[in-house]
Ligand binder design. Sequence first.
Ligand code: SAH
Length: 358
Amino acid sequence: MAEKTDIKSVLREELVGQLDKWREPAYRADQVLRWVYEKQAGSFEEMSNLPANLRQKLAETFELNAVHALKTRHATDTTEKFLFQLRDHSLVETVLIPATPGLTSSSDRHTVCVSTQVGCAFACKFCASGLEGVKRNLSAAEIVDQVWHVRKLTGEKVNNIVVMGMGEPLANYDNLMRALKVLNAPWGLGIGARKITVSTVGLVPRIKQLAEEPMQLRLAVSLHGATDEVRERIMPVNKKYPLKELLAACDFYVNTKRRMMTFEYILIADVNDSLEQAQKLGGIAKRLRAKVNLIPYNPVEGLLWRRPERDRCKMFQHVLMQHGVASTLRTEKGTDINAACGQLRLQHEKANEQTPVS
Ligand code: SAH
């Protein structure tokens, strides 16, 4: 028998098409979608206003769940971290963040940070996700289902999405865009495009492609260095797409979309936290009218770098202010649950490697 399709990767018009083949009217598609996204049904069997034979056909054709929650961890600041297992037993992380002054301008309370790949190919030197390379892309359903399960498990309404979990979203472009359509659709999770932020290491051709999409997504670029020399030390991708090309792509995005963008900048002691870097970053951000999120480096086990003292971070921010650049200095959320980036998965895998000695 053919493999089943994940229903959470299916767009409304595709479902209408499938139902039409079964000679079912279009309103049935809306009934199904309401069960999946509004009532958060856990099985096709529950969909009680559908005829029994249709429920059976749906169950034979579609898979309802693409991910399965393995564990959740609460931090004292109410950030909540989820470890999800995929059908091939791969693991991905998702975080629910109650308030994100640094990430969104809205005062809405819940942001979900989703992963887009198992692992990551870009090997940024500060990041735990890339330590073991990339295993595979997530399907659209696996991306959507992270948000779906966080909402179901916590009962919280999700207002914002940040695509800042494991993986490089723009390296999984087609699945990402399909997932964002479902997350955005009124028949899906109904999350406004303006409340969805896609964060990238800076894949120049894909940034340009994103600028041509009709969806009004927010763009965040992980900069972490304001000169090629410094950025290259931190992010190997800078060799392929150096700053000049990256900033030209950002310029194209901002001017095509007529939207503000954000630069993320992790502050790492004695690596990229000099006031000279701050000056350069101020110049870059001012030209692009971009906002800057300063994120004190979160130490990762096995990696050497440190975060700068608080005063140093404040001085760095002060230089940006002098340039008239808006910035936030992120107050750490979720450090005590290793909410930063691939750390929960690594710990889980390590714990499972330890075979008990009898
Ligand atoms: N690949 C995309 C999405 C991953 S999110 C991208 O690079 O943008 C990457 C973000 O995670 C970084 O910009 C930073 O905000 C955060 N991050 C990753 N590792 C971190 C660490 N050790 N300390 C602090 N922030 C980290």
